[in-house]
Write a protein that binds this ligand. Sequence first.
Ligand SMILES: [Zn+2]
Length: 261
Amino acid sequence: MNEPQMQNTNGIKYISSNLLERTGVVHAFLSRVGGASSTPFDTLNFDGRDTDKKENIAENNLRLARAFGITAPVATVNQVHGNSVFLLDPSTVDAKAEADAIITSMKGAAVGVLTADCVPILVLDPVQKAVAAIHAGWKGTVRLIAKETVEAMRANFNSDAKDLVAAIGPHIGPCCYSVGTEVADEFRRSFGENPACLKPTGEGASADLGEANVSALLSAGLKKENISFEPVCTSCNNGLFFSYRKENGRTGRQLSFIALR
Ligand SMILES: [Zn+2]
């Protein structure tokens, strides 16, 4: 995978999608750089479930709000590696749902997901004016969370999949993601014998979570030219990104978010 092309605003390093950039929607795949948290959450951690100090996370939210001109904290869900989609609207704005994707058509509301190796996916419907943030680990990937999210956007916003623009952010690459038989079988069940999703290696197989989600988005009806892909491995670039595998689970979570103006 390639050397990451990082943007920098007020010391916060992040990746933006060229496709989403062109639409003018505010969004970012944040790195771990530019925050206030200390080891092992250094430094731009947004996950309060572990032992990072509340005031550090609050400071990180403050820096985020300043850098991007959004209202922080960003709306997130309790991610559970499933395939449910949470609709954020005025009636659910105070709810904290168990889900792995969050969709909204509320202007000014930023929605996001937390990851450290899993795939963050940001989606925009430029026609119906709606956005989505998706968390896809291997379980969510094979349960087609990306496709479920497109279905939920169709059901709630009348979105046409052909209009949707999707961006796949930094995640653990096939270079660092060898999987056992059980996971490999699940990949085959969901994506068939697609060598882009599952590559045989010496001892077993390596899974390509990003390509598998591209495949899920295409099967949901998105156009290939409306999907951007950041070929950045969180494990290979552990100085820039939290990596759950590389750091044996003792790490923070980076935030990816999108918001309608
Ligand atoms: Zn790698």
